[in-house]
Design a protein around this ligand. Structure first.
Ligand code: ARG
Length: 626
């Protein structure tokens, strides 16, 4: 579907052609002088060289043709100004008519891409270590990126890619052995079946790991034992494998719970361990084809390229002690993913600090031919979440901040506000606080470009005003309650006379879950009885709202193209602002001009739908009331 800019451009292009100039000159852009006009076309300047004449001559002729072609039905202003610019504004009715078309489209004008498989590698939790705030960003950003890709029509595969094969496993095994040496897992002669019940709970596990980790830093013997246990686990020692299974089960259940509470859901729960079976044949193949070679005992892939300005160190795929490492798992994982999905695109949502690492992995994968040359390998790096002091986020006592505590803190802050403002039951307030807190956390994160560091400021994030998640939800809830009131008061029944079907449309919309709107949400505007230009006269907030609503497709397509959820956040913030101004400056309930009121209701419905779709794509929900 054409954007409003495309629509204008098409009209100007026809005028260029009619005036005898090539239509490709008719590039229309948003005006950089909004005080003068909405759009502008500088094509006459470009054409002057080609046609060897003054640009103003071309501009003037094009403007003449425009006036002849369209009269005053479309443009409210079309002017040639020195030295050859064309200033353009369109009539409010043209703007609204375009919006009517947008609304009638089930995707509100958003393009649908050809279906590709897209793997999003995000989350990246490490098994047996508690989720901390460092993992928050990957989960929040990755989930949104996945939802956007999915809405654009792709088959998205979100893989949590657990860190489940490292030294932490050996540390836990070693610590457990010290505490409970009598367990059968440590008896190498044991041939029976191991207990199905894990020898620890999740809270014990969460205590065992940091204890063991601290011990290994002080105690060399313990550290050696942990390395040894890790190696034995990786070589398949039966008892250790059984402990590993217990750790995985207990830890995964807990991780799922945590991710669920963030409204983050993975299609695939694989990890580094799943890549291990692929590794031996992969290394053999890399050696045989001369892609990997020995260097100081290690096996490496040279990934330098002639155009490099900085040195890129080789990618190590096997250490000198024979152990495979992080990169080995990631390369093997690519081989598995190619077999399973042959994705057109991979998106890795990982801390900025791993950028160089992923460059090495991507280059290695290409060099080895593990992916097709046209496969898009993207690293979406994110910055650090800092506290108000500008330093990485910590607890008040300086320890690692566990994610669940952070969520709880934000919920408490929101709850306090809700209880201050309203008299709702404690139970409802708590439910609402959970929903609103998530919007505060996610919007606070996603409204910044991922690559940047940001300051996690609970007070600011939970504010009901300003660029925050709660403000967006507040706007949504406001629209919902206005529509509900119109329904209850019978005003919608009256509107039926000028806008048949409008009541049912509102009822249907209100009953839909926000995720259902992704599947299609067309709305019918009834503007036949209304002189829009008259209604919009001196009504700046109306025109602003209509313009914002028209920008939906552009915002989503930009967020997709640049893998940038912050563009969606910016859009819904501007839209909410535009709506709230409109709301303050116009009567909705009680508007006597029924044709006008019908348009107002349609705008409310569209605004509600667009906001709902966007927050669904960002990964949070709206409560019924706030
Ligand atoms: N577990 C890793 C970490 O905590 C993140 C994993 C990122 N994904 C990947 N394919 N390497 O740093």
């Amino acid at each position: 579907m054409k954007s409003i800019k495309d629509e204008i451009q098409e009209k100007i292009a026809a005028a260029f052609e009619a005036a005898g100039y090539e239509k490709e000159l008719a590039v229309v852009v948003v005006s950089n002088r909004p005080d003068l006009c909405q759009y502008q076309c500088n094509g006459a300047m470009a054409g002057a060289k080609k046609y060897k004449c003054a640009p103003i001559k071309i501009a003037t002729e094009v403007v003449e043709k425009c006036k002849a072609l369209y009269g005053d039905s479309y443009f409210s202003l079309i002017d040639a100004v020195m030295p050859g610019f064309i200033n353009i504004s369109i009539k409010d009715s043209a703007l609204v008519e375009h919006l009517v078309e947008v609304a009638a489209d089930p995707r509100f004008g958003v393009r649908l891409d050809e279906k590709d498989n897209v793997v999003i590698d995000y989350g990246g939790a490490n098994v047996a270590k508690p989720l901390h705030v460092g993992h928050l960003r990957s989960a929040v950003i990755g989930e949104s990126v996945k939802r956007i890709k999915n809405y654009m029509g792709h088959n998205t595969i979100g893989d949590v890619h657990l860190g489940d094969w490292g030294l932490q496993m050996g540390l836990i095994i070693t610590e457990l052995k010290e505490r409970k040496p009598e367990l059968p897992y440590f008896d190498e002669s044991f041939e029976g079946e191991y207990p199905s019940e894990a020898p620890f709970t999740i809270s014990e596990l969460e205590e065992i790991y940091p204890t063991a980790s601290a011990k290994s830093k002080e105690n060399k013997e313990f550290s050696d034992a942990a390395h040894q246990a890790t190696a034995e686990l990786q070589q398949g020692r039966r008892g250790y494998r059984a402990i590993w299974n217990h750790i995985m089960n207990v830890s995964k259940a807990d991780l799922k719970k945590n991710y669920d509470s963030l409204n983050v859901h993975f299609e695939v729960w694989k990890g580094e361990s799943d890549a291990q079976p692929v590794i031996p044949s992969m290394l053999e193949d890399l050696i045989n084809r001369g892609i990997a070679y020995e260097s100081q005992g290690a096996l490496v892939i040279d990934v330098t390229e002639p155009t490099d300005k900085k040195e890129i160190p080789p990618c190590i795929v096997r250490k000198s002690d024979g152990a495979s490492i992080y990169a080995t798992s990631d390369l093997a994982t690519i081989i598995s993913r190619e077999k399973d999905y042959a994705p057109a695109q991979y998106i890795y949502v990982v801390d900025n600090r791993q950028e160089m690492y992923f460059k090495q992995v991507f280059r290695s994968a290409r060099k080895a031919g593990f992916v097709k040359p046209e496969t898009d390998l993207k690293f979406l790096g994110f910055g650090t979440m800092n506290g108000k002091d500008g330093k990485p986020f910590k607890t008040r006592s300086g320890g690692v901040y566990r994610l669940e505590f952070l969520i709880k803190d934000v919920q408490d802050a929101v709850l306090k506000k809700i209880l201050e403002n309203r008299t709702v039951s404690q139970e409802e307030a708590e439910e609402t606080a959970k929903i609103v807190a998530l919007s505060a956390i996610k919007f606070g994160d996603l409204s910044n470009a991922a690559v940047k560091d940001y300051i996690f400021d609970i007070d600011r994030f939970t504010s009901f005003e300003g660029k925050t998640g709660p403000y967006i939800l507040y706007t949504l809830v406001r629209i919902k309650s206005i529509l509900a009131k119109l329904l209850e008061s019978g005003e919608l029944d009256e509107l039926e006379k000028v806008a048949p079907g409008i009541k049912q449309e509102v009822v249907t919309l209100m009953s839909k879950k926000q995720e259902e709107l992704l599947k299609g949400a067309a709305l019918k505007f009834n503007t036949a009885g209304l002189d829009i230009d008259e209604a919009a006269k001196d009504n700046k907030s109306l025109v602003a709202l209509v313009s914002e609503l028209s920008g939906f497709a552009e915002a989503i397509e930009a967020a997709d193209a640049d893998i940038a959820p912050h563009k969606l956040c910016a859009f819904i913030y501007e839209l909410s602002d535009a709506f709230n101004s409109f709301y303050h400056e116009n009567r909705i309930s009680g508007e006597q001009d029924k044709n006008k009121q019908a348009l107002w209701v349609s705008l409310l419905e569209l605004c509600y739908s667009e906001l709902s779709i966007c927050i669904e794509l960002l990964g949070f929900n709206a409560p019924d009331r706030m």
